[in-house]
Write a protein that binds this ligand. Structure first.
Ligand SMILES: NC(=O)c1ccc[n+]([C@@H]2O[C@H](COP(=O)([O-])OP(=O)(O)OC[C@H]3O[C@@H](n4cnc5c(N)ncnc54)[C@H](O)[C@@H]3O)[C@@H](O)[C@H]2O)c1
Length: 358
């Protein structure tokens, strides 16, 4: 948003200030001159008010994380997006472009290479296998171990409620946009990090969760064996990707990955953070896992590179910028809910029965 204000654009923000993200007494900090609507994307009249005089929509609002109220994902992420296009069409609004935040989650367990069967798209790992401590992915046809590939845009395979809703959201956006002639782009972000992300939401967001445990002198909880791989991108790179597709007509009606293209294991990530905080790495790796978690998620960024975008900030820079921001803030908020206990009670976090997980 600051990037838009710096360009002297008039900006309106529509946000329902969800408690899980903003806490029970939200205090949105907005640049001067930004119009704020405290409203919900599931409310058609909210869109009607928000879109008055607007030319460009960056649709970032979403219901996320490991929650079991499945329908909320679809109401917020899919119905909310359908309403956006319904309002544009009904009122013949002169919207020049819609850019929707999608997610790497649309790939589900991802894309793998089997030595016998070539490219395979495995199903989510079963809870039974995870309970036996079998973490790595096998070929759905011959059950041999398979090698993870960088995720390419053409093979989506969503499983969980969040991923299904994000995939449905981007399909709705790209196709309704095309139907009414409003150029629309979906950006599938990898794990996005940086200053000003919510510190209260402890259901997801590896950096804020690990940092909070280190600061509280508690061991970092590592699920599985810590060798699952992830892909991290700086918030400023994501902002630049949004601006790039905004300016590029070739991008219209397409979905693009926005990530680093680099594999990082969760364990290496924890180690890097501990080193930056000059503290001994202290982890609890007790064969715990999250039901529905994917094993390897690293995006290919070949497609968006053709538009002239590439990530400019390293993993070091991502963590440094975040830590600088935290230092400037002083303390971490004290009223963070214990998401771990909640996920455990809900059966989302489980422990393997295996004595020697593989
Ligand atoms: N952060 C990541 O790592 C990541 C990765 C992939 C995709 N994304 C996508 O990027 C977008 C932004 O993610 P984020 O991490 O900043 O999320 P966030 O949870 O920090 O912020 C989402 C915002 O949406 C608002 N919101 C939620 N439901 C709403 C509703 N029904 N009506 C109006 N506002 C509502 C929340 O109050 C919050 O301010 C989301 O669409 C998310 O799916 C994020």
């Amino acid at each position: 948003m600051s990037a838009l204000v710096l360009r002297n654009w008039e900006v309106t923000v529509l946000d329902s200030l969800e408690t899980r993200v903003h806490g029970s007494t939200p205090k949105p900090v907005l640049p001067r001159g930004v119009r704020f609507l405290h409203a919900d994307v599931r409310d058609k009249s909210a869109w009607e008010r928000a879109l008055e005089g607007v030319q460009i929509v960056f649709h970032q609002a979403a219901y996320q994380d490991y929650m079991n109220d499945y329908s909320t994902f679809f109401h917020s992420n899919v119905v909310g997006t359908a309403l956006l296009f319904e309002v544009i069409r009904q009122h013949h609004l002169p919207i020049r472009k819609v850019i929707v935040a999608s997610s790497q989650a649309v790939y589900g367990e991802g894309q793998y290479q089997c030595t016998t069967h070539g490219l395979v798209l495995p199903s989510a790992r079963s809870t039974e296998r995870m309970q036996r401590g079998e973490w790595e992915v096998r070929c759905p046809q011959c059950a041999e171990f398979v090698q993870p590939l960088l995720l390419r845009e053409e093979y989506s395979n969503p499983f969980n409620q969040y991923a299904l809703s994000k995939f449905s959201q981007e399909l709705a956006a790209l196709r309704l946009g095309r139907a009414i002639g409003v150029p629309t782009v979906a950006l599938r972000y990898s794990i996005t990090q940086g200053p000003r992300q919510s510190l209260l939401n402890q259901y997801s967001g590896i950096l804020r969760i690990f940092l909070r445990r280190i600061k509280a002198r508690q061991p970092i909880i590592i699920y599985e064996d810590g060798l699952q791989t992830r892909d991290f991108v700086h918030i400023k790179d994501v902002v630049e990707a949004n601006l790039k597709v905004l300016e590029t007509e070739n991008a219209n009606y397409e979905a693009y990955n926005v990530g680093s293209g680099q594999r990082t294991t969760v364990l290496d990530y924890a180690d890097l953070l501990a080193r930056k905080l000059k503290t001994e790495l202290n982890v609890r790796m007790a064969g715990e896992f999250r039901v529905g978690d994917n094993r390897h998620s690293v995006s290919s960024i070949d497609k968006i590179r053709t538009l002239g975008w590439g990530p400019r900030r390293s993993l070091d820079c991502i963590i440094d910028d975040f830590l600088t921001w935290i230092n400037d803030l002083g303390e971490l908020p004290s009223d963070i809910p214990d998401a771990e206990a909640h996920m455990r009670a809900g059966g989302i976090v489980q422990t393997t029965n295996a004595t020697n997980p593989a």
